[in-house]
Design a protein around this ligand. Structure first.
Ligand code: H2U
Ligand code: ZN
Length: 339
């Protein structure tokens, strides 16, 4: 039977219609392309060590992580000239910030789960350092760390990399989450995501749990919108990546590797997705309501070539899914290596 489920982080609903998984499908079937083999170094890659980027700068011969200012940034650090006076309904504000690109390693051919635990821990260190460095700037209120993986998600280059966008206002999703986390703390005196993580670990058979270790938990959230969407959260209350002790960084590397291997195994393809961290605002205030977590938002539905489209009812009304989060978690869990 259909039901609607509530997403307490975004204060919105998702329609779950499991009876529809039986319906016939004669729609789009994308050709399954075998992922092209990548070489460890590609002389034509903008991100490989020693190569010239499309903006003209030359990359150093880096050996670990490599971070540079995006040559085509969506946000720029310069103070804005004043905006034109407009009617009240045409509201705009100046926005400034910094956009950076983070290459995970010099290896053109190794995605995150194949880097090995020490190299993934170095990427975690880089995320934490960027969050602290950019967040310390007085004009920066929010640091968004994310990755578009795969051509299906619009990634422009196969060299494994992520992005960091730091802005002078809170982005929409962070603002909505912050409001929800704050309201939960005021009403219940506890952290929404601590309470949610405990609820999932207590649930019958851990039916939405994908993988877990001493410090981290991955679930297909009860309110997931994308078929195989997951939420990664710390098991204890930590607000940000900067608060992670070295042993916790190792456990975070472990869970990131296992989750990504599970995704790749699910449809025997390098699983395309967008994913990223939600970290506390960097507005100088304390944020005890914030809880370290990342969202993985993959589009694939049935195979390496059949994806979910957000169309019709989803665009105009409410997101809808057929496969239940519990079914998705069971399948993803079966593909994820044990710790
Ligand atoms: P994707 O993560 O979606 O692939 O985007 C890569 C970013 O890298 C994109 O924002 C930047 C693009 O502007 N880029 C450079 O800054 N320099 C380059 O030489 C290539 C790509
Ligand atoms: Zn490369």
């Amino acid at each position: 039977m259909p039901e609607r489920r509530y997403n307490p982080l975004l204060d919105e609903w998702v329609l779950v219609s499991p009876q529809r998984t039986q319906r016939p499908w004669q729609g789009q079937v994308e050709a399954t392309e075998a992922a092209p083999e990548q070489a460890p170094y590609d002389p034509a890659c903008y991100l490989c060590p020693g190569n010239v980027r499309s903006g003209g700068a030359r990359n150093p011969s880096y050996s670990g992580t490599f971070i540079f200012d995006n040559d085509f940034p969506a946000l720029t650090p310069d103070p804005h000239p004043s905006l034109p006076v407009r009617p009240p309904l045409l509201r705009a504000e100046p926005e400034r910030g910094v956009c950076r690109v983070l290459c995970y390693s010099p290896r053109h051919d190794l995605t995150l789960p194949f880097l090995g635990r020490a190299a993934v821990a170095a990427v975690i260190d880089a995320w934490a350092a960027q969050y602290q460095e950019l967040g310390a700037r007085p004009e920066i209120q929010a640091v968004q760390i994310f990755e578009n993986r795969g051509a299906l998600m619009g990634a422009s280059n196969p060299h494994p990399h992520g992005q960091i966008w730091a802005s002078s206002h809170l982005p929409n999703h962070s603002a909505r989450e912050l409001a929800a986390l704050t309201a939960h703390r005021q009403q219940h005196g506890s952290c929404l995501l601590c309470d949610y993580g405990a609820t999932e670990l207590d649930a019958a058979r851990g039916e939405r749990v994908v993988c877990v270790n001493d410090d981290f938990l991955v679930v297909v959230p009860f309110w997931a919108v994308w078929p195989f969407e997951t939420l990664l959260l710390s098991r204890r209350h930590l607000d940000s990546l900067a608060a992670l002790a070295p042993a916790q960084r190792q456990n975070l590397a472990d869970i990131l590797i296992r989750l990504n291997l599970g995704y790749d195994q699910l449809f025997l393809t390098p699983f395309p997705h967008s994913w990223g961290w939600h970290l506390p605002p960097t507005d100088g205030a304390q944020h005890p309501e914030c809880h370290l977590h990342a969202h993985f938002l993959p589009p694939l539905l049935r195979s390496a070539s059949v994806r979910k489209f957000m169309v019709g009812y989803e665009l105009l009304a409410t997101p809808q899914r057929d496969l239940t989060p519990e079914q998705a978690a069971e399948r993803l869990r079966a593909c994820t290596p044990p710790g």
